[in-house]
Design a protein around this ligand. Structure first.
Ligand code: HSE
Length: 441
């Protein structure tokens, strides 16, 4: 059977893994796909490195724009990352009638609507399993495995770097800065870790999952994004004493029937009950919890990064595209799971409208009436307290930490309460707020 020809843009970590796995498992992959899948051309700036991996088994070029025009190429795999050149290359590949497989979450979270529309028009597929949670087939699960369900919410640990840092902070009592340094030393965090530690990478992935889960256009610009840089080791400790772990979660939740309808799309550090399976996902691992109305809760766990785990998803997409490229384009799985003319305009809610529970920590004078003032402020705003922790002041100190867990409240009310508590003369500094999700299935 005639092979399908793949052009690889970028043969770095994931590209190298894709080459290795495709070569190693060629025979089984061919039996699954129905015909051989061959990488016949590779574009990379570092030709020497590319040559050391592929030898003379594929054409090599440093001109990626030539590769996306090459008439011999059926599928372009984009693994160079970034928004600018990658966008031009993907759009040109589509324009030239090529299917695209990409691991580029940033590109799709920001320009996905334009790219999917171009692909739709041209009748080609853009597959992106590797863009979310590395080797975990979460896109396949959401788009196909769960297609009977009304998906209610998704909560995912979808950034391994930050999960590694949080695990280190908890296990070793390290500060954020010290844990980040460890992560960099061990190769888990990049020299410039901004996208990971500020929650941007997780927000790209959550944005894509929200679109597929609810059938809404991609709207990264509306996501609420808060990273882990301000987390203190003592919050992790207090959370632990209250029976919770802190994880950076990407959350997409459908809200209907209340005062406001829409989708909550947010990334932030989150307290979750320590007894949940997902709370025990440690180190650089990823996990995504999906709640569907029919199936209930389902949990997907695995490696969210790395050469071969990510290659596993890239190649699964190559197999899908190979099987489907001759199918009538109306019978293919839509990019965002819902037919393109069936996407809804359910709005992404501003963070002030989000409803969740909260962890609030404040530094208070150890005097009569302080707690009464705080609880009065919360009661006036109809915020109900669920649990409380107060330590005796340290020797020689007249201030202490008070930690409150609230029941579910609206963020707007919590903002107002925090401002009033901070204005009390008995409270020193700012109130620390961390959102809390019970993740009841
Ligand atoms: N930088 C990501 C992470 C992996 O730390 O999980 C690629 O998405």
């Amino acid at each position: 059977m005639k092979p399908i020809n793949v052009g690889l843009l970028g043969i770095g970590t994931v590209g190298g893994g894709t080459w290795t796995v495709l070569t190693r498992n060629q025979e089984e992959i061919t039996r699954r796909a129905g015909r051989p899948i061959r990488i016949t051309a590779v574009a990379d700036r570092n030709l020497e490195h590319a040559r050391s991996l592929v030898g003379d088994q594929a054409k090599l070029t440093d001109d990626a724009f030539a590769l996306v025009k090459d008439p011999d190429i059926d599928i372009v795999v984009e693994l160079i990352g970034g928004y600018t050149t990658a966008k031009e290359l993907v759009l040109q590949a589509i324009e030239n009638g090529k299917h695209v497989v990409t691991a580029n979450k940033a590109l799709l979270a920001v320009h996905g609507n334009e790219i999917f529309a171009a692909a739709q028009k041209k009748g080609v597929m853009v597959a992106f399993e590797a863009a979310v949670a590395g080797g975990i087939p979460i896109i396949k699960a959401l788009r196909e495995g769960l297609s009977a369900n009304r998906i209610q919410w998704i909560a995912g640990i979808i950034n391994g770097t930050t999960n590694f840092i949080l695990s280190e902070m908890r296990d070793k009592g390290l500060s954020f800065d010290a844990a980040l340094k460890d992560a960099q030393k061990l190769g888990y965090a990049e020299a410039d870790p901004t996208f990971d530690i500020e929650g941007i990478d997780a927000a790209h992935k959550a944005t894509l999952m929200a679109s597929i889960a609810f059938g809404i256009p991609v709207q990264f610009d509306k996501a609420y994004v808060e990273g882990i840089t301000k987390l203190q080791a003592k919050d992790i400790r207090y959370a632990e004493q209250l029976g919770y772990r802190i994880k950076l979660l990407g959350i997409a939740k459908r809200k209907e029937g209340g005062q406001v309808s829409g989708v909550e799309l947010r990334v932030h550090p989150t307290l979750i009950p320590a007894k949940r399976l997902i709370a025990n996902v440690e180190g650089a691992m990823n996990a995504v919890l999906v709640q569907g109305d029919a199936v209930g809760a389902t949990l997907y766990y695995g490696k969210g990064a790395g050469a071969e785990p990510t290659a596993s998803s890239v190649i699964a997409d190559l197999v899908d595209v190979t099987r489907l490229h001759t199918a009538d384009k109306h019978h293919r799985v839509p990019h965002l799971a819902f037919q393109p003319d069936q996407l809804t305009d359910l709005p992404i809610l501003p963070i002030e409208e989000v409803e969740t529970a909260y962890y609030l920590r404040m530094r208070a004078a150890d005097k009569p009436g302080v707690l009464a003032d705080i609880t009065r402020i919360l009661a006036d705003l109809e915020i109900s307290i669920d649990a409380m922790l107060q330590k005796e002041p340290d020797e020689g100190e007249d201030q202490t930490d008070i930690v409150l867990l609230t029941h579910v409240a609206r963020e707007k009310a919590v903002n107002a309460a925090m401002a009033k508590i901070e204005a009390l003369t008995t409270i020193a500094g700012k109130v620390t707020r961390i959102r809390l999700e019970e993740l009841n299935g």
